[in-house]
Write a protein that binds this ligand. Structure first.
Ligand SMILES: O=C(O)CCC(=O)C(=O)O
Ligand SMILES: [Fe+2]
Length: 350
């Protein structure tokens, strides 16, 4: 396999210090990052190291439960909540990511999808308290992006109100398994998170020191397109400063009439010297719109739709693209099979 092509692209680190007084300067930096890279890191965001450590401890505690315990809260695609393992297939790879994840929400989508408190005492309370903190940081960013697009300050905040039962915002705990470092004879690729763009407004990604692997591939012009290039850039957040990696999702790309970029990213399948092969934990906080939010950009490039419709369309686009990928794979396989048959005929004829 050809080595991965890497390029250096600047991924800005933006301080949220003195937010109220510096809001215009911060907005300028965020808008610039969203227009040019789609990824940026925020520091001085108000979430302490201890809070981040605590939620990672809770995440390890959750994933260390037996599979049949976790299976009591199975992932529901309809609600986008619950636990899944080795089952998310990305259109970019056509095979399941090697990981497990647990998606939690504030709203009705989470009904019946928390483990009983006796199974994991204190977990739900700790998780919700962390989610509230991630929501507060998200709201600061939403205010800046609303200002950057000429909307009222609270425009995105009220469309993502997590106190409403219609909230669809998701906090996803992720656990990637250790990857065998030996060359594998089958050539199988152990995808961690295959290349994809997120569908939400804005994602906050919490990474653990020493557990690298997140990479980006900018260059997408439309929020509905799937193609991506070949050159990747490693995301290396400043862990000393407790940086949160943030990325624009398809929703903000579409809501900004494609001005802000939702960038393809992946957690690399480790396969080259220097890659991290160990067990990996991360946490993604996806700001999803309330089901009844009204979505349309200032230039009205796309028709007005609701949060529920946007999510449904994103899922069906994903599904269609996955079907095409699997069909192509089948065609390649059958072409390979027939050329092998022709070749073996030729060799028997020779
Ligand atoms: O694990 C990570 O660092 C990234 C995960 C991610 O991109 C996702 O779940 O959408
Ligand atoms: Fe993602």
């Amino acid at each position: 396999m050809a080595p991965t092509e890497y390029v250096d692209r600047p991924v800005p680190t933006i301080s949220l210090e003195d937010f109220d007084d510096r809001i215009d300067a911060i907005t300028k930096e965020l808008v610039n990052a969203a227009e040019n890279v789609g990824f940026f890191c925020v520091i001085d965001h108000g979430i302490s190291y201890e809070s981040v450590d605590r939620i990672f401890d809770q995440s390890a505690r959750f994933f260390s439960q037996d599979d049949n315990v976790k299976a009591q809260v199975p992932f529901s695609p309809q609600h986008n909540a619950g636990w899944e393992k080795n089952s998310q297939v990305r259109p970019s790879t056509g095979v399941a990511d090697r990981k497990e994840s647990y998606q939690m929400q504030f709203g009705e989508g989470m009904n019946g999808r928390w483990l009983a408190d006796e199974a994991l005492p204190g977990f739900r309370e700790e998780a919700l308290s962390f989610m509230q903190q991630a929501q507060s940081v998200s709201e600061k960013l939403m205010i800046c992006f609303a200002r950057g697009l000429g909307f009222e300050n609270d425009y995105f905040v009220s469309a993502h109100d997590v106190s409403r039962p219609e909230s669809q915002t998701v906090c996803r705990l992720l656990h990637y398994f250790e990857t065998p470092e030996l060359p594998n004879p089958t050539g199988e690729v152990y995808h961690r998170a295959g290349a994809h763009a997120d569908w939400d407004l804005l994602t906050l990604l919490f990474q653990k020191a020493g557990q690298s692997g997140l990479e980006i591939c900018p260059g997408r012009e439309l929020s509905t397109s799937f193609g991506y290039g070949d050159a990747w850039t490693k995301i290396e957040p400043d862990v000393q400063k407790n940086a949160i990696v943030c990325n624009v999702g398809d929703l903000l790309m579409s809501w900004s009439d494609d001005r802000f970029k939702s960038t393809f990213h992946r957690v690399k399948a480790p396969c080259e010297p220097g890659d991290y092969y160990g067990e990996r934990y991360s946490i993604a906080f996806f700001n999803q719109p309330c089901r009844d939010a009204q979505i349309q950009g200032p230039l009205k490039k796309y028709p007005l739709i609701t949060g529920e419709e946007f999510t449904r369309d994103a899922m069906s686009r994903n599904f269609k693209s996955l079907k095409e990928k699997l069909q192509n794979k089948e065609e390649v396989k059958s072409r390979e099979a027939s050329s092998i048959a022709v070749m073996s005929q030729l060799s028997t004829m020779a």
